[in-house]
Design a protein around this ligand. Structure first.
Ligand SMILES: C[S@@+](CC[C@H](N)C(=O)[O-])C[C@H]1O[C@@H](n2cnc3c(N)ncnc32)[C@H](O)[C@@H]1O
Ligand code: SF4
Length: 426
């Protein structure tokens, strides 16, 4: 973006000092509009997602000192302010100029908040086009003190991959968290960041961990997810090791991610120890054979030295027998080292044919893995009374039809009927 700025024939600072008579946007604004703005119908640019350097450049272009850019960064990512006029330590004139030249913070209103008995909070953020995105804040308390706050963020509005046990998959797919007409795909980065900021706002605490385990498949939006990763790491200041990207597997993307050599955890949603069973649970597995997936995971480990974590949703009577556990252990040993299995007992969803396994079945399965020398953890289900399974809360309010081809992201639905059966409180 900075390179584009430098190529502008008319610096914004000059454009601001002597505004054109007709309503022609200054050069920076035009370029930024094309490369930064993600909301097609909006006439404004979004500050959120810009780095400190970019904000300093913006300040310069608006005829301000560089340190104003630092201040903008502070108000956006530390103070988490929602409106430019709330940046009261900035001169009124600068605030007005920002607004007059089309800038805004870019935070979405919180449409719905549901708090579970264990303190987990689910939020629905309402995007400008009225679509709803689910975000979860999961606190870990020790002696009544908050020791960890995990934000579980969504990377898409819905998901086209339709895993058979997932409420998001069942709820259908609307679109990537960006406008498809924006070539640079930068839109998602501020939406992902703002999910984290919304959790910080609600908990009045810093988020310590981020997991891309909300609605959607991050690897279908990899470029934007990488930009969001940068923003979360550098601007919101969350350590790379505290960030986990979860994927069910999309061909050619794990290698791409590995090439960035991030120090973040890759979680791969496996759910079955063999191709045949996996295809029945994860339809998109038909396009990405298990052998290829495991080979890409091995490469990820070799390139990053980061252990891959395998997510395994336990579905009673489907994939939870001791034989399945032993087959899984064999698959992992055959595939290379550095693996860890995270078992997720199925979270029941409306209208699902699956059952949650008993505690005994979960323990037996994890015991079989451990005795086969596989490190294993069992995910504690959080927020069961807040529609725990991802996508459930959003499905209450918004229904979207399924796309026919899971990898065809050009197919988007533009209607957004609300389900009026629920009382909606803003
Ligand atoms: C919602 S997905 C999002 C990230 C990515 N699309 C994926 O599948 O890894 C995050 C994790 O939630 C798990 N999950 C989704 N619905 C679930 C349910 N009803 N019960 C248990 N786990 C579920 C998925 O298997 C996956 O491991
Ligand atoms: S589990 Fe992940 S990939 Fe599968 S439908 Fe849900 S969000 Fe999509």
């Amino acid at each position: 973006m900075l390179a584009l700025l430098q190529n502008c024939s008319m610096p914004l600072a000059r454009a601001v000092r002597s505004p054109p008579r007709t309503h022609v946007r200054p050069c920076f604004t035009a370029v930024a509009y094309a490369s930064i703005s993600s909301r097609a119908n909006s006439q404004s640019q979004v500050l959120l997602g810009l780095s400190e350097k970019e904000l300093q450049q913006l300040a310069l272009d608006l005829n301000q000192e560089t340190y104003r850019g630092k201040q903008l960064h502070h108000f956006l990512y530390q103070r988490k302010l929602r409106e430019i006029q709330d940046f009261t330590q900035l001169p009124q004139g600068f605030r007005n100029t920002l607004e007059e030249t089309g800038w805004k913070v870019g935070r979405s209103p919180i449409f719905q908040t549901v708090t579970a008995a264990d303190g987990t909070v689910k939020l629905l953020l309402k995007l400008e086009d009225n679509r709803l995105v689910e975000t979860v804040g999961i606190p870990v308390m020790v002696d009544k003190g908050l020791t960890r706050l995990t934000a579980c963020v969504s990377s898409q509005v819905g998901c086209p991959l339709r895993c058979s046990f997932c409420a998001t998959g069942k709820g259908g797919f609307s679109r990537n968290l960006q406008r498809h007409e924006i070539i640079e795909q930068t839109g998602i980065k501020f939406i992902l960041c703002e999910q984290v900021l919304a959790i910080e706002e609600v908990f009045k605490n810093r988020v310590t961990n981020v997991v891309f385990m909300g609605m959607g498949e991050p690897m279908l939006n990899l470029k934007a997810v990488l930009e969001a990763h940068r923003c979360l790491n550098k601007d919101v200041q969350i350590g790379q090791r505290m960030i986990t990207i979860s994927t069910v597997g999309v061909p050619n993307t794990i290698k791409k991610l590995a090439s960035h050599k991030l120090q973040s955890t890759l979680a791969v949603s496996l759910h079955a120890p063999n191709q045949k069973l996996r295809e029945t649970i994860v339809p998109s597995a038909k396009s990405y054979p298990l052998d290829a997936l495991m080979s890409d995971c091995r490469e990820y480990f070799q390139q990053t030295s980061r252990r891959v974590s395998f997510e395994y949703a336990l579905l009673a009577g489907v994939n939870d027998s001791v034989d399945h556990a032993l087959e899984l252990a064999e698959l992992l040993h055959r595939s290379g080292s550095g693996y860890h299995v995270n078992l997720i007992p199925f979270n029941p969803i409306e209208g699902s044919e699956y059952q949650r396994p008993s505690k005994r079945a979960v323990l037996t399965f994890s015991g079989a893995l451990e005795s086969s020398k596989i490190t294993v953890s069992v995910r504690q289900t959080r927020g069961l009374d807040a529609n725990a399974a991802c996508g459930q809360l959003r499905n209450k309010f918004q229904k979207t039809p399924l796309v026919t081809d899971p990898f065809d992201l050009a197919v988007t639905d533009t209607s957004m009927p609300y389900n009026n059966n629920f009382a909606v409180s803003s």
